[in-house]
Design a protein around this ligand. Structure first.
Ligand code: AQP
Length: 338
């Protein structure tokens, strides 16, 4: 993949902090693939595995290493084409940490304190509320601004982090003159917030301890169908999208993502049928949608040497692009040139 300064840039990533869920797929990766396929002529695409973000929560080192490579294979199995997109690992490009530190110094304590993810994760990890968890958004700003990304496809939960990235970039540009492109979040109509199957007001998360709450991208068909059968709904019996029907709304959104059907079409399809039929249909649509990805993933993971070689090459390519922005920033803030 050749990076062109004439093209706009799209960048995103997932942290390998657990096994990926259909939330990561429907809210993020699926849209990356669509963007890549639709706008390849006019845009550069960079898709990163965010391992540095993952260590804000304690990880088992061997698992983190394994999942980092697996995540690259998942991107490709979902349709990210290494001929069209640059796939790389965050920690392979030191400029992320270097710019991250600079941006820490241009990010306010008050701004970081307002971040919903920080509040949620601090509550979940009360024993380990570390400084990295707090300054995560400044590192995320570095991830984006280093490559002068115009567009960042994300799920709804990350929108606040894109907003703070914009604020940090605008602040820096105001002090030092035009340095960073101001990025925009990119979200589609459906799938931006896939919720837990057990607590449908909460986002589905790969780190959820309840295995019935999330559908993993590599769950087997039987498990997927079983999880949907057990999904929490309500005491009504009618499949319709409405306020207060969080469980059903969530299932409708998942079904719509996998089948392309609108909510009206889904309501018509299940008129006169009960929740049991609907849950089974959602489970089957999900399992059928994931099956080709699972097969392609198995094929890719059979040649880890290829994936590792590609990542080594791409680390250099990404470092080269990132070094341009980092040098500019270092010069502007007054660091002595080597
Ligand atoms: N439930 C979701 N619905 C829609 N989009 C989602 N994303 C995550 N969960 C959902 C989107 O996936 C991308 C990568 O997310 P991430 O791995 O960087 O971090 P996250 O948002 O914190 O994801 P998780 O699964 O909840 O991870 P843990 O449990 O480790 O915190 C992002 O674009 C995100 O919006």
């Amino acid at each position: 993949m050749e990076f062109s300064k004439e093209k706009k840039t799209i960048l995103s990533g997932v942290q390998p902090s657990g096994n990926l869920t259909i939330g990561n797929y429907l809210g993020a990766i699926r849209n990356w693939v669509a963007l890549q396929n639709d706008s390849f002529e006019t845009h550069n695409f960079l898709y990163c595995v965010m391992d540095m973000h993952a260590i804000t929560v304690r990880q088992v080192p061997a698992e983190l290493r394994r999942r980092t490579l697996e995540t690259v294979a998942i991107y490709m199995a979902c349709g990210i084409d290494p001929e069209k997109s640059l796939l790389f690992v965050q920690s392979h490009v030191p400029a992320h940490a270097q710019l991250g530190w600079v941006l820490d110094c241009y990010t306010m304590f008050g701004e970081l304190s307002r971040m919903t993810q920080f509040k949620d994760k601090s509550a979940k990890n009360a024993q380990n509320i570390n400084a990295g968890l707090f300054t995560y958004p400044a590192l995320m700003a570095a991830d984006i601004l280093l490559y002068q990304a115009d567009l960042v496809p994300v799920g709804l939960d990350q929108k606040q982090h894109i907003e703070i990235t914009r604020d940090i970039a605008e602040r820096f540009n105001q002090i030092y003159g035009n340095t960073f492109v101001i990025p925009e979040p990119y979200m589609t109509k459906t799938g931006t917030k896939i919720c837990s199957l057990q607590e449908p007001t909460k986002k589905m998360s790969k780190s959820d301890e309840n295995p019935n709450a999330c559908v993993l991208m590599f769950d087997k068909k039987d498990d997927i169908v079983r999880k949907f059968k057990r999904a929490v709904t309500d005491s009504d019996t009618c499949v319709r999208y409405a306020e207060g029907k969080d469980g059903i709304n969530n299932l409708m959104s998942i079904y719509s993502c996998f089948t392309g059907k609108t909510y009206e079409e889904i309501e018509r399809e299940f008129e006169g049928k009960g929740y049991g039929d609907f849950k089974l249909a959602v489970g089957e649509a999900c399992a059928d949608g994931l099956a080709p990805i699972q097969a392609e993933y198995a094929r890719l993971m059979a040649d880890k040497g290829y994936l590792e070689g590609m990542l080594r090459e791409n680390a250099d390519k990404a470092s080269y692009i990132a070094s341009k922005t980092l040098s500019k920033v270092y010069r502007k803030i007054g660091f002595l040139a080597k």
